[in-house]
Design a protein around this ligand. Structure first.
Ligand SMILES: [Zn+2]
Length: 293
């Protein structure tokens, strides 16, 4: 009993942005996206990815198996509960391992791995043992058609990482977009590899695309919801505000530590992940406005 209480307490500590209901949900979950015939979300912990079951096989994305060598098999096990069709493609959203480690199981199952060119270039240098290299790369745009389904992969520039692909299902009017637009939560760790000015351009380009719902790489809040264009607009507003607040600090010579220790973004104080994410956001904009990076 004490052990499980301790475990629960540790879980809550490790997941500061999670509401209690989310901390209690199963570790692995697969659900069909409402209103679609063949689009699924696979979630493991607080990471998630999209897969699509077409008439000619499965298009999977991000294995999300960081730190879990068998995680790719667990994901394939979930796909196998739904279909025995071959897994033809595995598409990486960007090059960060917390989303893409675990691809070997997919490769062994016959999938071709597709990613942006920069993802491959980075993975070639870093050589993460659990993250196989892409078989094919995308430069600016590519549409994969498999059976009755098309998925459009678009590179909209530097934003979160330099290798993010926006994946769009034109028929379903759904995009899968990882880490660039937090849904209902304050940004944080994602700012470690972030291009703040270019990211605003990217978000405007994404707003101009034709879609209604966004599957994020981390479940949206509240209630594991999907994102909408309003979430993108809200994120642009949040980042413009945070940027301006830190710009003033930077020009007063308060970057790095005085700003990082003291700056608050009053409008967003009640947002999930605020306490954890705030210093990362200040640090990134201090880099921009305090150092020009
Ligand atoms: Zn990332």
């Amino acid at each position: 009993m004490r052990c499980s209480m301790l475990f629960a307490a540790v879980l809550v500590l490790l997941a500061p942005g999670l509401a209690p209901a989310q901390a209690q949900r199963p570790m692995i979950e697969t659900r069909k996206v409402e209103g679609t015939d063949n689009v699924y979300i696979f979630r493991h912990g607080n990471h998630q990815s999209m897969f699509v079951v077409t008439s000619e096989g499965v298009i999977a994305t991000d294995p999300i198996a960081y730190g879990r060598p068998q995680g790719g098999e667990a994901y394939i096990g979930e796909i196998r509960k739904i279909t025995d069709k071959p897994i033809r493609y595995l598409i990486y959203s960007h090059h960060h391992f917390d989303h893409i480690a675990g691809g070997q199981a997919f490769k062994d199952a016959g999938a071709r791995i597709v990613a942006h060119r920069r993802a491959k270039e980075r993975l070639e240098v870093i050589k993460d043992p659990n993250t196989p290299l892409p078989d094919e790369v995308v430069e600016t745009q590519r549409t994969i058609v498999l059976g009755d389904t098309a998925i459009e992969l678009t590179y909209v520039g530097l934003n979160h990482s330099d290798s993010t692909l926006v994946m769009r299902l034109p028929k379903e009017r759904i995009i899968f977009l990882v880490d660039l637009v937090p849904v209902g939560t304050f940004p944080g760790l994602g700012m470690i590899d972030y291009y703040p000015l270019e990211a605003l351009d990217s978000m405007r380009k994404i707003l101009a695309m034709d879609w209604d719902r966004m599957i994020p790489g981390h479940p949206g809040q509240p209630g594991d919801r999907l994102g909408t264009k309003k979430d993108v607009e809200d994120q642009i507003a949040l980042q413009e505000y945070a940027s301006k607040v830190v710009q003033e600090q930077a020009r007063a010579g308060r970057c790095w530590l005085p700003a990082e220790n003291e700056v608050q973004f009053e409008k967003y104080k009640d947002m999930p992940n605020y306490a954890m994410g705030r210093p990362y956001v200040v640090r990134r904009y201090c880099g921009l406005w305090g150092r020009g990076t």
